[in-house]
Design a protein around this ligand. Structure first.
Ligand code: HEC
Ligand code: HEC
Ligand code: HEC
Length: 420
């Protein structure tokens, strides 16, 4: 071969290798997926309803004020907004014409009925672990819903993320269809928990840091993540890597009722508990906890904040103590001891002492209610303080609670408060 030909051949080989890599996740899809018979018995539908709750499908696939499962809710990503689709059996705009195979293809391979690659705002990198059996049950449940006409809304992504090519690159980098492999060394409860957390629960999607392209480094999974759009941090799921039996029991209580002796869920997690976790059986919640307590410790993030010197902050702390006494102590106790299952203690509270005060500022400025659940039907609320406290006063009381009663977290500044 002449030299130019050799260069050409090498270039062609490179292009071919790249194309192969790019198409890899698609090539792992069988040429034909088997269509299983659709079983619409009441038992099967009930089973599917339960699994759909475990996956919180309704949370994303229902627009605010819209019909259940009719889609159209905007899902924020760092690259723009993607809209959930209509999962009701409407033949024109929903999945009324779909087979169990089409549905499996979406959940397991991340591709729509027409072959379109789906955006991972739909957490199929987690749902790929769901078994065919369970996917078929969810499909049966969805087919039993009243059909609602609700057309697809096109995603509004920024250039270059709006291209099909970008999505293909993302999939090649971060997505492989996979099956859940039980660990023979572990018991049934742990394996059930692993299946739920890694699969339907898609806890990883929120509780992990993401790289610039939105991928999750498997080694950093569950070590905490920032939700797109700003405002909330999903904390590490097992920060110290150890959990006592008593802590595990409180975690189970938190997940099923929204409140524990130590804390209450808020923001996006309150929604997860409300629409999903509170409906799970005690056994499944215990299984989730059994798995979560074995997750590795989160690497402790070196704090970029300056060490706290009480001397420098004497005036701030005095002001914060006064505000605390007047506005917070009635509920949270003079010494931040709280009241079990009603008002969270602020002493020794992980949300209060988190390195980044994001959730703390949100909780205090916006207030809120834990979700109303069967285990906690009439939760007490936390008043919003955004209209009562200026940034300096809010920073003072937050700094006070972060450094009192044994808490030792870096101070919060007025600028931190204003930024949220
Ligand atoms: C975090 C939000 C979120 C959750 C939770 C979620 N979805 Fe979705 N889903 C989406 C988005 C967004 C899309 C659209 C993706 C796109 O357009 O590429 C989608 C698309 C789909 C599609 C493809 C529809 C089509 O017309 O191609 C199916 C099927 C689907 N979801 C089923 C489910 C099921 C079943 C569950 C629960 C197990 C679920 N989704 C949970 C956000 C979500
Ligand atoms: C009327 C009673 C009440 C008052 C007054 C009140 N809180 Fe709360 N607070 C609650 C309740 C109830 C919750 C749990 C609800 C939730 O997290 O949405 C809560 C939650 C919190 C949390 C989140 C704790 C966690 O683990 O989830 C923080 C932090 C907090 N309050 C700080 C304050 C501060 C600071 C003040 C005063 C500026 C204050 N609260 C005043 C009732 C109160
Ligand atoms: C939509 C994103 C999202 C999903 C999905 C999600 N979480 Fe969360 N989670 C959050 C956010 C944000 C917080 C912080 C707010 C709070 O403390 O309530 C949180 C808080 C928590 C907390 C409280 C941590 C603490 O230290 O106080 C636990 C425990 C938790 N999540 C467990 C789970 C489990 C288990 C799953 C999967 C079944 C899950 N989460 C799925 C967003 C999510």
């Amino acid at each position: 071969m002449s030299r130019p030909l050799r260069i050409l051949a090498a270039a062609a080989a490179l292009v071919a290798a790249f194309a192969l890599w790019l198409a890899w996740p698609d090539l792992l899809e069988p040429a034909e997926i088997e269509t299983t018979p659709l079983d619409l018995s009441p038992e099967r539908i009930a089973e599917g309803e339960y699994l759909a709750r475990a996956g919180n499908c309704v949370g994303c696939h229902t627009a605010p004020g819209g019909a259940l499962f009719a889609g159209g809710r905007s899902i924020r990503t760092p690259f723009g907004d993607v809209y959930s689709t209509n999962l009701t059996p409407d033949p024109e705009t929903g999945i009324g014409n779909w087979t169990t195979a089409d549905f499996w293809r979406a959940l397991h391979h991340g591709r729509s009925k027409d072959g379109r690659r789906l955006y991972p705002a739909f957490p199929y990198p987690s749902y790929t672990y769901v078994t065919r059996e369970d996917a078929d049950a969810i499909f049966a449940y969805l087919m039993s819903l009243p059909p609602v006409a609700s057309p697809r809304v096109e995603p509004a992504l920024r250039f270059p993320y709006d291209s099909r090519f970008a999505l293909q690159v993302w999939r090649a980098l971060y997505f492989r269809p996979a099956a859940f492999e039980p660990d023979a060394e572990k018991d049934e409860t742990w394996n059930r928990g692993a299946y739920l957390v890694e699969g339907l629960g898609h806890c990883k999607a929120c509780h992990s840091p993401r790289g610039r392209l939105g991928g999750i480094d498997p080694d950093a999974a569950y070590s905490g993540g920032k939700l797109p759009g700003g405002g909330w941090e999903a904390p590490p799921l097992n920060p110290s890597g150890t959990m006592t039996d008593a802590e595990a029991a409180e975690l189970a209580r938190l997940l099923s009722t929204g409140i524990s002796k130590h804390t209450a869920v808020s923001g996006p997690m309150a929604e997860v508990v409300f629409t999903s976790l509170q409906h799970l059986s005690e056994d499944d919640i215990d299984a989730i906890v059994a798995y979560v307590r074995t997750l590795p410790a989160a690497p402790s993030a070196p704090s970029s904040r300056r060490p706290f010197s009480p001397e420098r902050y004497r005036d701030v702390l005095a002001a914060g103590a006064t505000i605390y006494r007047e506005r917070c102590a009635d509920c949270h106790g003079r010494n931040g001891e709280g009241s079990p299952y009603v008002y969270p203690p602020l002493a020794g509270n992980r949300l209060v002492t988190a390195p980044e005060p994001t959730n703390l500022i949100r909780n205090v400025m916006l207030g809120g209610f834990p979700p109303s659940t069967q285990g906690n039907p009439r939760p007490h609320g936390m008043p919003p303080f955004a209209h009562q406290l200026g940034a300096a006063d809010a920073a003072a009381v937050l700094t006070y609670i972060r450094t009192s009663w044994g808490n030792a977290a870096p101070p919060v500044t007025a600028a931190d408060v204003e930024r949220r």
